[in-house]
Design a protein. Structure first.
Length: 299
């Protein structure tokens, strides 16, 4: 039986399709399914750049950019890797070797487990007989459904890694990502979805965002001895021009009750930036764009 005979659902994350395929074919454990299909990935986390398993996914469904656009978060990550979405380049070049910097594990404050919308779960079960993990629900720092505008949920015992092989309807208890929305976070949510929507249609205007931001911040020709002072000045401006509430939602440094240590958001972003194994989250670049030229990115 061909694996691709199991249809992929609208906006279904491709890893969710792997999980459904495993259950459809009655594998006793998800890891057995992965091994049987030569899928060798150490983790299946919602926020990671891309997995080598996407190669099998594209081969089974046909190698098209539309598959990547709807069923992976790679459109968003184009900002970080500065490459336009192209399945041929993805498979031929080194895109499959991209790594999300491990140094960011404790940097972000927002929840990074797998998320689900309660209304989507009900609609999916009514329409397809099963629930599934939606791609756009996994956009980093998003907390409302792209379709219903309802609050997204996380499992009480967070589903951090889909190697557990669980689908949303198999989670026993859910809780809201946020207790309540605030105007500042609402503005960020709308901005982020606007960027995602534009990336889905045409990514070219966003490929050079990193370079534009770097130039605007004066980081393109900064000497090593000037680095710390310049970063401190930029950090001071960032903190005074962006809502503290937003910074606290995004970054652990700003969410701490104590003033222990100095926030190093911009410094961490630019330190070792040319290391190919430390691809920075697109949230960094989108936040800086939100700060520096928000109207240009959304109009």
């Amino acid at each position: 039986m061909s694996l691709a005979s199991l249809n992929i659902f609208p906006n279904e994350h491709y890893i969710s399709w792997f999980v459904r395929s495993s259950q459809f074919r009655a594998y006793p454990e998800f890891k057995h399914y992965l091994t049987s299909n030569q899928i060798d990935s150490e983790t299946f986390k919602a926020y990671e750049v891309i997995h080598p398993s996407v190669k099998s996914f594209l081969q089974w469904f046909g190698q098209t950019d539309s598959l990547l656009r709807e069923h992976t978060l790679f459109p968003l990550w184009q900002i970080s890797v500065a490459h336009e979405l192209d399945h041929k380049k993805l498979l031929k070049n080194s895109f499959l070797d991209l790594h999300h910097s491990n140094g960011e594990k404790t940097l972000f404050q927002f929840d990074r487990s797998w998320h689900s919308c309660p209304t989507c779960r009900k609609e999916n079960i009514d329409s397809f007989g099963t629930s599934y993990w939606h791609t756009q629900h996994q956009i980093p720092s998003v907390y409302k459904c792209y379709k219903h505008n309802t609050m997204l949920e996380k499992a009480k015992y967070p589903v951090v890694d889909l190697k557990t092989g669980v689908l949303p309807h198999q989670v026993k208890k859910w809780c809201n990502l946020l207790e309540a929305e605030t105007p500042e976070l609402g503005k960020w949510q709308n901005f982020l979805y606007s960027i995602q929507e534009k990336l889905m249609k045409n990514s070219l205007p966003f490929i050079e965002i990193k370079n534009r931001i770097t130039t605007a911040l004066g980081m393109n020709n900064i000497a090593n001895y000037q680095f710390k002072q310049h970063i401190d000045e930029l950090t001071f401006k960032l903190e005074n021009e962006l809502p503290r509430e937003l910074l606290a939602y995004l970054y652990t440094d700003y969410a701490r009750a104590s003033n222990k240590g100095n926030p190093k958001v911009i410094g961490n972003l630019y330190r070792g930036i040319n290391n190919p194994y430390k691809i920075r989250s697109p949230i960094h670049w989108i936040l800086l764009g939100y700060w520096l030229f928000p109207d240009e990115l959304t109009t």
